[in-house]
Design a protein around this ligand. Structure first.
Ligand SMILES: [Ca+2]
Ligand SMILES: [Ca+2]
Ligand SMILES: [Ca+2]
Length: 295
């Protein structure tokens, strides 16, 4: 059988026409494809309370769609999200702008080859009068940061959008806390099949312009931290090597009031890569060319 030019055109058109993900805290129906990173260690921050099972990403219509499956406890623990998506950046966290108390991480050193440009923070809980889910966005090394409180309008779960500020376009945010599977509690190797089976957690959409308009592949680091940005869990994507307990503030599970460990001291890359749509398209075309050659 020969694949006709029109059939290829149809397949390409179908690819282009793929609907954008729905920002609802679930990868279901969103065509994210394979995980970009899968958890390697059980969680030291509470099974089904704070765990990162896997990361999924798509770029569509000038936006990054990113989902971290798992849970974030409703006690204002943080999901820290760092992007190395522009020239320059910080291999050691400067603590500027220091929004939401993030200056406590001053001195945190990322793996070689990762220089963070943008930082986002996600947290949720009951503040004494309302349930809320908050989002921060910051351009590292500048005074530009914005904090968006209660983006779900009185809920710890749901979907909504931020306003604009340091970010030029609203950021879409969805959170679904229904995961009760995935990795277990502990410090041993994670069950990666269980981690990959989880479909719910934090889902965002962010305009590529607010990530420095990366023209090529870029890098992302996600991890779970405590409420004061000074006691890291063992839930990192890219993952840590098991067995591994919580890193705390000093990398050994100790509390120091700050956080200044060096991720080069931990095996593997504590980041994952998001390819550009161009790279994905080329991969697809390569597959088609291969198919034609074989026939
Ligand atoms: Ca979704
Ligand atoms: Ca779990
Ligand atoms: Ca490392």
């Amino acid at each position: 059988m020969r694949i006709s030019a029109s059939a290829i055109a149809l397949m390409m058109a179908a690819g282009v026409a793929a609907a954008q993900p729905t920002i609802d805290g679930s990868i279901s129906g969103d065509n994210y494809g394979n995980a970009r990173s899968v958890q390697t260690v059980q969680t030291g921050f509470g099974d089904n309370f704070s765990e990162l099972n896997a990361a999924y990403a798509r770029i569509e219509g000038g936006k990054l769609y990113l989902t971290l499956t798992g849970n974030i406890e409703d006690n204002f623990n943080k999901i820290e999200l760092f992007f190395d998506s522009a020239a320059g950046g910080e291999n050691t966290f400067s603590g500027t702008p220091g929004n939401d108390g993030s200056g406590n991480m001053t001195g945190l050193t990322f793996d070689a080859g990762f220089a963070a440009d943008y930082h986002m923070i996600f947290r949720r809980g009951f503040d004494g009068s309302t349930d809320r889910f908050d989002v921060d966005y910051a351009v590292l090394g500048t005074a530009n940061a914005s904090s968006y409180g209660d983006v779900f309008g009185g809920g710890k779960e749901g979907s909504g959008t931020t306003g604009t500020g340091a970010n030029s376009q609203p950021i879409g945010v969805g959170y679904d806390n229904s995961n009760v599977a995935g990795v277990l509690g502990g410090d041993q190797a994670a069950d990666q099949n269980a981690a990959m089976a989880v479909e719910t957690g934090l889902e965002i959409s962010i305009d590529l312009a607010d990530l420095g308009a990366p023209a090529g592949a870029f890098k992302v680091l996600a991890f779970i931290n405590n409420g004061d940005h000074n006691y890291a869990s063992n839930q990192f994507l890219g993952g840590l090597q098991a067995p591994q307990g919580n890193l705390g503030g000093d990398g050994f599970g100790g509390f120091t009031g700050g956080m200044n460990f060096d991720l080069n001291d931990f095996a593997g890359n504590q980041y994952f890569t998001v390819p550009t749509p161009g790279a994905v398209a080329l991969l697809g075309l390569g597959g088609l060319v291969g198919l034609r050659r074989r026939r």
